[in-house]
Design a protein around this ligand. Structure first.
Ligand SMILES: Cc1cc2nc3c(=O)[nH]c(=O)nc-3n(C[C@H](O)[C@H](O)[C@H](O)COP(=O)(O)OP(=O)(O)OC[C@H]3O[C@@H](n4cnc5c(N)ncnc54)[C@H](O)[C@@H]3O)c2cc1C
Length: 420
């Protein structure tokens, strides 16, 4: 029996992969619902996402929703929606092709010329900061207005505190980037075309709900795991009312909960995991009557706004008037201590500055994201007891497509003889 601790998308997608391989498992989730940070709901009739705003229609994602029979609920963003960065006092379009790049006003002529030096710069060093790497390769303007907000924004982190070897290196490897960032891109024609942005009519939580329904017999809600102890070659997993024998245990919880569970079982690992930093994010849902068309915007690192970025759910998925603003992160963590009313006011004021549009507040909530910064040094050589696995968004590939891909790989290791 494999016990999975935590029923976010990591645990649920692993459960699905194990079921496909006829591997016995039990998933224990602490709360009353499955899905973890993937949470959708309605306020005043408006569909809001408190966690991820969109997934990407990768091959894994498409295969999973086909399997679950929820393809008819899938919605995709209109093709070619522009993405913006708020830089030098206004929204500027992010270029995704050489033609757009030449026309773009996101960089000055000097910033564009600086890019010509990129192929002459040396390759990434594992110990340099992500900010240092982007600035050295692409110049300060590209770092502040494009690479910094777009990459750092994924983690709400400060690229000066992120290290290439701990975060960016795996992305560079995945895209086959060697010494130059630009030459491989130019060889492909210079255009960037990620898989379509997608969601579901009732929000992204449709996916964890469908996974939970499909495997309900093996998923126990309201079951916080309190302890994991060694027994022989396996483990005993303790909840408030049960003690469950497990040959393998997979922990998918956020780092603080994982550290607590490992304390006593793998104390050194627990101490390292406990030092990982999370960035606070205040999520403010706004309602605005505008004609804005695009995916949304990130904010240049040179700007003083507290807003990190805003997703335009209206044009992205036709959610009338809804805009989701992310405030704070590593740059302005104090926002997490402000009242919801104050956070809402700041979001409204800054939305007006960036877009010129008036908005009202629908909802304010606090979230946290693994920072993937220098504190990740602590887990580089993590040693875990045999048959105990960590499959969490702070160990590898935090995005939804990454979570699905890692689930598939882990299931193949846990059930090597199975045919899926
Ligand atoms: C605000 C925000 C925006 C994001 N935006 C995007 C996006 O647009 N696109 C994208 O691809 N990704 C995005 N991500 C990343 C992605 O959504 C997450 O990395 C992913 O959903 C995390 O899933 P998980 O299962 O690893 O962890 P979680 O969702 O955190 O699930 C962990 C589960 O473990 C449970 N748990 C904790 N302790 C215990 C215990 N002791 N016993 C049992 N259960 C326990 C929790 O209740 C929870 O359900 C975003 C993340 C956040 C927070």
């Amino acid at each position: 029996m494999i016990v999975i601790v935590g029923g976010g998308i990591s645990g649920l997608s692993l459960a699905h992969e194990l079921a496909a391989r006829d591997q016995p498992f039990l998933l224990l989730e602490a709360s009353a619902r499955a899905g973890g940070v993937m949470r959708s709901g309605r306020v005043n009739g408006h569909l809001l996402e408190w966690g991820p705003q969109r997934a990407r229609l990768t091959k894994d994602f498409a295969a999973l929703i086909e399997d679950l029979g929820v393809c008819d609920q899938l919605i995709t963003a209109p093709a070619g929606l522009p993405l913006f960065v708020y830089a030098r006092g206004r929204l500027r379009r992010v270029p995704f092709s050489p033609g757009e790049f030449l026309r773009s006003d996101i960089l000055t002529a000097r910033g564009k010329l600086r890019l010509l030096l990129e192929p002459l710069t040396s390759r990434a060093r594992a110990d340099e900061s992500v900010a240092g790497f982007f600035t050295r390769k692409l110049g300060r303007e590209v770092y502040e207005n494009l690479a910094g907000p777009l990459y750092g924004g994924l983690y709400a982190s400060d690229p000066r505190e992120m290290e290439v070897g701990l975060s960016l290196a795996h992305v560079l490897r995945e895209f086959g980037v060697g010494r130059s960032l630009l030459l491989p891109l130019l060889r492909q024609g210079g255009s960037v075309a990620p898989p379509d942005a997608c969601s579901f009519r009732d929000g992204l939580e449709t996916l964890p709900r469908a996974l939970q329904e499909r495997h309900a017999a093996h998923i126990h809600l309201h079951k916080p795991v309190r302890a994991i102890e060694r027994r022989g070659h396996g483990y005993v997993v303790t909840t408030d009312h049960d003690r469950i024998d497990a040959a393998h245990v997979v922990i998918t919880t956020p780092a603080p909960a994982a550290a607590a569970l490992l304390d006593g079982l793998a104390s050194d690992a627990a101490a390292c995991i406990a030092t990982l930093r999370y960035n606070p994010l205040t999520v403010v849902h706004l309602l605005a009557d505008t004609e804005l068309r695009g995916l949304g915007y990130q904010v240049s690192l040179a700007e003083s706004l507290v807003t990190r970025g805003v997703t335009w759910n209206d044009s992205l998925f036709g959610r009338r008037g809804v805009y989701t603003a992310y405030l704070g992160g590593a740059k302005n963590p104090w926002i997490a201590d402000e009242s919801s009313e104050r956070a809402g006011q700041i979001a409204v004021e800054e939305f007006r500055i960036a877009t010129g549009a008036d908005a009202t507040v629908l909802a304010v909530e606090q979230e946290r994201m693994p920072a993937w910064d220098r504190t990740w040094t602590a887990i580089q050589d993590l040693t875990l007891p045999p048959n105990l696995h960590i499959h969490a968004n702070w160990m590898a590939r935090p995005g939804i497509p990454g979570r699905l891909a890692v689930s598939r790989r882990l299931a193949a290791t846990l059930a090597p003889d199975a045919v899926s």
